[in-house]
Design a binder for this molecule. Sequence first.
Ligand SMILES: [Zn+2]
Length: 365
Amino acid sequence: MPRFDPRYHRQALLPGLGEPGQERLALAHAVIVGCGALGCAVADHLARAGVGTLTIIDRDVVELTNLQRQCLFDERDADEGLPKVEAASRRLAEINSLVRVLPLAADFNAASAERLLPAGRGLAVLIDGTDNFDTRFILNDLAVRRGIPYCYGGAIAARGAWAVFTPGEGPCLRCVMPEPPPAGSVPTCDTAGVLGPAVAWTAAHQAAAAIRIITGHADGLAGTLHEADLWAGTSRGVRIERDPACPCCAGRRFEFLDGARGVRAVWACGQNAVQVFPDRRTIGGDDDETNDAGHAIDLSPLGERLRPHGEVSVTRFMARVTLRDERADDGGPVLLSVFPDGRALIRGLRDPAAARVIYDRYVGA
Ligand SMILES: [Zn+2]
């Protein structure tokens, strides 16, 4: 058991923390899903604060374009193309060798979630460092099923948002957002950009919330969604309520974690491409497999958003882009075609999980 270390002196001076709080932190196990900008910043805070065990899950490698905001990585990591969790773990060990970091270079999805985070590990908090709502719905399902507080966070452009969803005490993510936003309807960091300080604001609140949860000072955390615009210099808190009809926390149906819902990526060998299907809506509870045709992606704005990333062509039938910054399996370009129903065809990659990353990055789920 890690003992109180003098490095924590200034933190232990805080009322409500002290050596007992420090002891609780040392015994705690926090999980960070996604080691991008938010995940890096939260991991940095929690490692310095002395959270005993940090599991960090991410499937990406460090790239040069990450360095503007992903604070655990440097040019050497990008040159080496190191997996983000390995680079993070190396850096965190230099920051605080008392902390045990468990790096998991894996795709967190419905099929892998329970295996990556087996029950019985005494997880204190699940921290959201993801960049898409599909993964967040899986995280939310897992949090509610296991009764673990979930620290939601998101940052895009100059805006940040965070909330704590505590099972049994307040709403869950699905109470507030019953359905993931339709594919292609929300901007992503890769299309809209992101301001580093917007990430810092969001991650600081997520990390502070995690420390409060672990040390037993979580009163009043649940029930508010906090938002800020770092460019305008404004912030606000919005009251959020439990939905008695919520399929997740009221109905205890974990559709995203169980794989009944969510984005699917499938290798289509005849087309030498991976097909990505947006979430399908089951209508009236039957198992209708058709995609939700109720929403159609407007291809022109999507084409505009994709224009900085390569040569784009938009027709009535599809938006197509040759992605300049992505490498296909054979070293050539990756060709992304998006159809009005949100379906995408990604040519050049065999691995459905890798294609899924492209989809989240450029179309948004
Ligand atoms: Zn709910």
